[in-house]
Each structure stands twice: as C-alpha cells, then as structure tokens.
Ligand binder design. Sequence first.
Ligand code: 5GP
Length: 194
Amino acid sequence: MVVSGVLLVISAPSGAGKLTLLNEIRARKEDRFVTTVSATTRQPRKGEEHGVDYYFVDREAFIARRDRGEFVEWAEVHGNLYGTLNAELDRCLETGKDVILELDVQGMKNLCKLREDVVSVFLMPPSLEELERRLRNRGTDDDDVIALRLKNARNEIGDRHAFDYIVVNDKIEKAASDLEAIIRAERCRADRQP
Ligand code: 5GP
C-alpha cells in the first residue's frame, strides 16, 4: 500500500506570515511537499509571476471556469475571486508528496465538506497590532485595503476553532517547527498506515 502525502490546508489573515512560514518549511523539507497554485482575479503584486504565485485571470474567465465546474473550491476574498482548480489539486496529489493549500477560511470549510482527509491549520499572528504593523511595513497596499484586511483578519481569527490546529507565528522558527510536527504526527496516524 502506498502511503500518500498529507493534504494540509493553511489559512491565515494576510500579514500573519504565511509566505515566510512556507519558505522556511520549504528550506527545511526541501522538495518533500508541493503547494497548489490558485487562480485569482486579483491584480499581480510586484514580483508575482503567472503560474508561480497564482494563475491571474480576469473575472469573466474565472466565472466561466467556475460555471463549468473546474474548481474544487472557490471564494470571494477582499473583493477578488480565488479558487483551486481540480486539475491543479490532482496534479499535486499525483506527486505523492505532502500537498499544502493556502486557502481562506471559507475555502477550508468547503474543501473539508468534500474530502475527509484534509488537515487544517490556522496561522495566528501574535497580535492585531503586530499584524497591522506587518501589513503597513509590507508597503504593497493602500490604507483602505489595509483597513479591509484588518477587518477580515478579526473575523478570521474569530473562526480559528473551526481548524484542527492553531499555530501562533510569533517566532518563525518555532512556527515552522510546530507545522513540521503537525505534518509528522499526521503521517503517523494509524489510519494512514498499512
Ligand atoms: P492574497 O491576495 O493576499 O494573495 O490572498 C488573499 C486571501 O486569499 C488569503 O487568505 C489566501 O489564503 C486566500 N486564497 C488564496 N488562494 C485561494 C484559493 O484558491 N481559494 C480560497 N478559498 N482562498 C484562497
């Protein structure tokens, strides 16, 4: 029996440090996991690449693909559409590696309704003050976008108990070790073993 990888969803308010955490895990685990590339109607930020960070599509194309049933899950976040394509998830699962999806809370809930094997992790910022400081330091968003992201962050944090695990990102090394421990423990679950 082939033991497949762990299917893990990670959600975090923007600015909680999800990208930094994934880069840290990537450095530690090398190529033992893959992340799905989502489609979005959001404009690319500076340095973001089509097919690497996201598949950037216009709203019309996104809606047409959604209506054809091409998304395993999708959601409207901060006024933009985001979704995971069935083909993208299948491609990642076929590698046999751990698969990480970065979804918002709605996306996590929708995927959990479809699949029983999802492990969900909420990445908590140390505080809302620190979250605001990180969003401002990032310098990529206007004040009204930051205000919207902070409002959404409060709602997302209020939903944290819908997840299997909560990891607090005060120190990136500790958060990465916690996430690695979760993946390791999940791999050892009796129901995953031959
Ligand atoms: P950002 O615009 O900062 O890259 O992402 C905004 C939010 O959209 C984040 O909470 C991120 O996790 C979420 N997101 C990114 N891709 C997807 C997706 O495919 N599906 C869902 N449901 N949320 C996504």
